[in-house]
Design a protein around this ligand. Structure first.
Ligand code: UDP
Length: 242
């Protein structure tokens, strides 16, 4: 049975737990070599989709939109359709890398600065020695370069992680996915920076308090403007409440 969805400001979020998502949705698709596009959406991404029709279409074209960010969970409660849990891109990434290690899947890592992606790739090989690293490349390239995308497609990776930040990563996936025969595609934002140890992820205690956003804000104060998207998003949800 398909997992239920909760629609918030026109974006259909998948319900259930991360474990269910991986086991019931992703695993069969990986086994059947079906292509799949995952968007991990936080309030900032929903706000962007509200303001940009093309981006919204792109998000709606994804197979799955997962609730990344406590703001999405709060919004689901506000509309009386509570989502089970927050599912972050970083957690899915780690689960899929562990799965790739167990099943010898091949992985392509695209994005972040040159020295960061090198470190992140090295770290992945160290942590998951049985996965096949099909390749990696930094994230400062021409998004419209078809031949570059074809080169990656020829490697036939099972998992393609794109860390060039939203909306660039989703645009790249949507534009080039058709060149691939198979693959799970997911934009992973700043995850390679965390894997490489360049940016510290929030400690568990902060995550438990649902204060990861505050942790990020304190560590990277320049983000404050972007974070205004969270209250703006919640206000919009309140106004559009059925
Ligand atoms: N990045 C990239 N190419 C670009 C711009 C950014 O690869 O053209 C990388 C950047 O180095 C970082 C990641 O994208 O590793 C996430 O950047 P950002 O923090 O802006 O993304 P967000 O947190 O919005 O997903």
């Amino acid at each position: 049975m398909d997992a239920h969805r909760v629609t918030i400001l026109d974006i259909p979020f998948i319900g259930g737990t991360r474990e269910q998502f991986i086991q019931k949705e992703l695993l069969p698709r990986i086994e059947h070599k079906e292509k799949c596009f995952i968007v991990t959406a936080n309030p900032e991404i929903v706000e962007f989709a509200v303001s940009d029709e093309d981006y919204k279409k792109l998000v709606l074209s994804a197979d799955f939109v997962v609730p990344d960010g406590i703001g999405i969970i709060v919004a689901s409660k506000m509309i009386g359709q509570p989502l089970e849990e927050r599912i972050t891109g970083f957690d899915i990434l780690n689960d899929l890398l562990a799965l790739a290690d167990r099943k010898s899947l091949s992985v392509y890592m695209l994005g972040a600065q040159e020295h960061v992606i090198q470190k992140a790739a090295w770290k992945v090989k160290e942590l998951y020695p049985h996965l096949k690293l099909a390749g990696f490349h930094h994230g400062f390239f021409n998004l419209e370069d078809d031949s570059f995308a074809r080169e990656i497609a020829e490697l036939k990776p099972d998992l393609i992680f794109v860390a060039t930040g939203a909306p660039r990563q989703e645009k790249w996936i949507a534009a080039h996915m058709d060149k691939f025969d198979k693959g799970i595609f997911m934009g992973v934002g700043g995850c390679f920076d965390i894997l490489a140890g360049e940016v510290k992820g929030a400690p568990e205690s902060w995550k438990r308090l649902h204060a990861e956003w505050l942790y990020r804000l304190l560590r990277q104060p320049t983000r404050w403007k972007r974070m205004l998207a969270i209250p703006r998003f919640l206000l919009r949800v309140a106004k559009n409440r059925p």
